[in-house]
Design a protein around this ligand. Structure first.
Ligand SMILES: Cc1ncc(COP(=O)(O)O)c(C=O)c1O
Length: 359
């Protein structure tokens, strides 16, 4: 229903939803994806600079620095239904990655880790959500135009919404169809891949657009040395003869929290796992491949550039997927400390050792 949907990007600051929809119709001749597949469910509230405000009031000025120069850092976090109530997966690790991203861009968030942690929980509570995706974003705001952001204030917002299978409805069982992108992943000499900065996603968007226009679910990006880096919003794993491997941080990846989770779950399952360089042809000859990320969770890859991966079955990926689903839903005690209950008010924020140790 039109009036329950909001466009991902509003085209004019004063546009009505219908106005924006009309504009998108004009765009539809150019892109193959209909907005009807890409809606965002409107929620009630957004946390914005320390206050809970109505969803529709969480807006920015068109001269916001980040809108022009990509100077925003953000996180993607998920909250899951558990027997203990809604619980956020690896919340502290996400908060610390946000803080580290901001540090790289000399961005003063104005909030401590425990305050951001509580604000994230408050956002979920304010929307009465039991399962959701959460998007904290810090950005250089309105103030001065010009490339240097340093004199602009930093705004912090946290939104949450329901978001199912990121790569498509059936991909978690059927596998995603991927292509190797002609766009190379950003290089640490030009943009820091470890900062989860909006600017990085201009690179990722080019690859994603190419893949979607070519009829694929996702792009796999090589780095500037021609080795496998990652998906546009996921890390990648390869299985060969029962052994798991994933590109090293030096491949220009974002060190994913899900990647780290998979490495730990593989150890629990007795599956050997290595961080190594992976070449394009090693994708084609893998027994299994999968993508992983907070949004995509564990998604098997069925095909790369028209080559079926292995024999089309994913026994090890399925095992990891099962272990991951158990962990995020709080089934089993081993990794209970990965979950933060939304209703708990503890501010037991750990040191950032957890994140800086992710290899
Ligand atoms: C480029 C990129 N790589 C990897 C990931 C996976 O990271 P995480 O598992 O922390 O969500 C993401 C998602 O945030 C991403 O955007």
């Amino acid at each position: 229903m039109i009036d329950q949907r909001v466009l991902p990007i509003r085209l004019w600051s004063n546009c009505s939803i219908q106005h924006a929809l009309d504009q998108d119709v004009a765009y539809r001749g150019l892109v193959t994806v209909s907005i009807w597949d890409l809606h965002l469910d409107k929620m009630a509230k957004v946390w914005y600079n320390g206050e809970i405000v109505d969803w529709g009031s969480a807006t920015v000025h068109v001269l916001t620095h980040a809108l022009h120069y990509g100077t925003a850092v953000f996180e993607g976090v998920r909250c899951y239904r558990t027997n203990e109530g809604p619980s956020i997966f690896r919340l502290y690790d996400h908060v610390w990655r946000l803080i580290n991203s901001a540090k790289i861009y000399l961005m003063n968030l104005g909030y401590e880790a425990d305050e951001i942690t509580e604000a994230i929980k408050e956002t979920v509570k304010a929307n009465d959500l039991d399962e959701c995706y959460i998007r904290p974003i810090a950005f250089y705001g309105y103030g001065e135009m010009g490339v240097s952001p340093l004199r602009n204030k930093v705004d912090l917002a946290i939104a949450a919404w329901r978001w199912d299978a990121y790569l498509g409805k059936d991909t978690s069982t059927q596998g995603a169809r991927c292509m190797v992108s002609s766009w190379r992943r950003i290089n640490p000499l030009t943009l820091p891949p470890q900062a989860k900065c909006s600017a990085n996603y201009a690179n990722a968007s080019l690859a994603k657009i190419e893949a979607v226009k070519a009829g694929y679910d996702e792009a796999i990006m090589l780095n500037t040395q021609g080795m496998v880096s990652e998906g546009t919003g996921e890390n990648i794993f390869r299985v060969k003869r029962g052994v798991l491997s994933t590109p090293t941080a030096a491949a220009g990846i974002l060190r994913g929290i899900t990647r780290d989770t998979v490495i730990q779950l593989a150890a629990d399952l007795g599956v050997e796992c290595h961080r190594i360089e992976i070449s394009r042809e090693e994708l084609y000859t893998a027994d299994e491949l999968f993508l992983c990320g907070t949004a995509a969770e564990i998604t098997p890859i069925r095909e790369v550039d028209g080559r079926l991966i292995g024999n089309g079955n994913y026994p090890i990926t399925s095992e990891i997927q099962r272990a991951y689903n158990n962990a995020v839903h709080g089934r089993g005690k081993k990794h209970a400390d990965w979950l933060s209950r939304v209703s708990s008010t503890d501010s037991d924020v750990r040191s950032n050792l957890a994140v800086t140790q992710i290899p």
